[in-house]
Design a protein. Structure first.
Length: 170
């Protein structure tokens, strides 16, 4: 697990150390309804025929699945929170999809909404080394002093995970 982290193999690291969103946005949860399946697959036509139910929204699943066209089609509450506090922006930042992050920022997504561990979107992008997402959020005035409940800051998360370019951007 440590070798995967030092080698920046995030998908492998997440097998050993699942993130908060990994625990909530399981395969089962993301396919619980026809709408969530459509969001995951990027099926815009099916999305237009269905509605959300529960804490996990189609927008969240589309962001986590990096389905840009589905995100474009889903004009809904960008600041809706899952049971653990994840937002669409949080998930897009964690996945490192700068097009989706940019779109959500244009739609005025709140950069300050944190998950139940205190992790805001900027912190998630820093932890996973998504420099372009970090730069977009800095330009949008993300709080660079924000910390997780554990006390970790954006800079600390970038440094801990060996993301030099992200640390320089901060």
């Amino acid at each position: 697990a440590d070798f995967a982290r030092m080698s920046k193999q995030h998908s492998v690291t997440r097998l050993f150390y699942p993130t908060l969103s990994d625990r909530e946005f399981t395969e089962e949860a993301c396919t619980a309804t026809e709408r969530l399946c459509a969001a995951r697959a990027g099926d815009v036509a099916a999305l237009k025929k269905t509605t959300d139910h529960g804490h996990i929204t189609a927008l969240m699943v589309a962001c986590r699945s990096r389905q840009y066209e589905a995100v474009v089609a889903l004009e809904m509450d960008v600041d809706a929170r899952s049971a653990s506090g994840c937002t669409a922006l949080y998930l897009a930042a964690e996945e490192g999809d700068e097009r989706i992050v940019r779109l959500l920022l244009e739609r005025r997504a709140d950069l300050s909404i944190a998950d139940s561990d205190g992790g805001a979107p900027l912190l998630r992008a820093c932890a996973f080394g998504h420099k372009l997402c970090v730069v977009l959020m800095i330009k949008a005035k993300a709080n660079l002093e924000a910390q997780m409940i554990s006390g970790f800051s954006a800079l600390m998360l970038a440094a801990q995970n060996g993301h030099e370019q992200v640390a320089r951007a901060l």
